[in-house]
Design a protein around this ligand. Structure first.
Ligand SMILES: NC(=O)c1ccc[n+]([C@@H]2O[C@H](COP(=O)([O-])OP(=O)(O)OC[C@H]3O[C@@H](n4cnc5c(N)ncnc54)[C@H](OP(=O)(O)O)[C@@H]3O)[C@@H](O)[C@H]2O)c1
Length: 261
């Protein structure tokens, strides 16, 4: 019997929850492609995780870096069993520039990476969008929530809606549309909508794409006062990265339990 090793790609794998996810997947026997926006950070973290952990360079805001990584993986004949879109950022302040930078990382980043990696993804691979409780629809107006939940919402419409957010922040009209004055929250609301739209487009016979809330975790982003450890946050993510083909699709989960959008 030939046992083939499963391969997982984790963005933002050099620290925090992403590094925790890499460690756990490595422990489960995965070959881990640990991606970081600085190759030297990926190399350092990959050597810490050990075994078959390989450093790769991906800045999720930089299409060229994603493309170069995908080309290299294609050339090496890599097939992905799991793609964990973990890289994320939260910036201080709230203005047009902060809104644009936050969405570039937390919404357009996972969209770019997922789209480019699709040809490398196995039929029943797991794609995880690392989201947040801050992405709950209670953060937007009821009208906007309905729009985002519309089962006919097309990817192009969602992209246009997210592109309009920084513009509206610049004009101070975003609250009229129903958005909060919080770029991080908006980015994760958008990421959850992206999860639903992609899951619907993919259908029931392709990769299992789900959003996960790791909970409030003690990382650089979460701060030292957060109640959950990196291991707990990573467990929540790894659950969705290791589903079998009969597992759920297009849902939002914390610790393996479905939570409300
Ligand atoms: N911690 C929490 O309480 C919490 C709660 C809910 C959701 N989350 C989500 O969990 C994920 C991981 O967060 P964390 O708490 O582990 O945060 P973290 O410790 O601040 O780590 C963030 C990771 O994302 C990477 N990153 C940021 N911008 C990037 C870019 N443009 N390209 C590639 N990588 C980039 C960082 O790389 P650098 O080292 O180069 O900066 C780092 O590896 C995020 O999506 C976050 O929104 C966290």
């Amino acid at each position: 019997m030939v046992l083939t090793m499963k391969t997982a790609l984790v963005t933002g794998g050099n620290r925090g929850i992403g590094l925790g996810v890499c460690r756990k997947l490595h422990g489960l026997g995965y070959r881990v492609l640990l991606a970081a926006r600085k190759l030297e950070d990926a190399e350092c973290a990959a050597s810490e995780v050990g075994g078959k952990t390989e450093p790769v360079h991906i800045d999720v805001t930089d299409e060229e870096s994603i493309d170069a990584c995908a080309h290299a993986l294609e050339a090496a004949g890599v097939r992905l069993s799991a793609l964990v879109n973990n890289a994320g950022a939260s910036f201080d302040g709230f203005d047009r520039s902060v809104a644009a930078r936050t969405l570039a990382t937390n919404f357009f980043g996972p969209l770019r990476v997922t789209r480019r990696m699709v040809p490398l993804i196995e039929r029943h691979a797991c794609v995880v969008m690392v989201s947040s409780g801050m992405g709950h629809l209670s953060h937007v107006s009821r009208g906007l929530a309905q729009r985002l939940l519309d089962p006919k919402l097309a990817l192009g419409d969602l992209v246009a809606l997210m592109e309009s957010f920084p513009r509206e922040v610049g004009q101070n009209t975003h609250e009229k549309t129903g958005w909060p004055s919080n770029a991080y929250s908006t980015s994760k609301v958008g990421l959850n909508a992206l999860t639903r739209v992609l899951a619907r487009e993919i259908g029931d016979d392709g990769p299992l794409i789900n959003a996960v809330d790791p909970g409030w975790v003690r990382t650089r982003m979460g701060g030292s006062g957060a109640p959950r450890s990196i291991e707990q946050g990573a467990d929540s993510v790894v659950w969705a990265a290791t589903l079998d083909p009969s597992g759920p699709r297009g849902g939002f989960f914390r610790d393996g339990t479905a939570i409300a959008w």
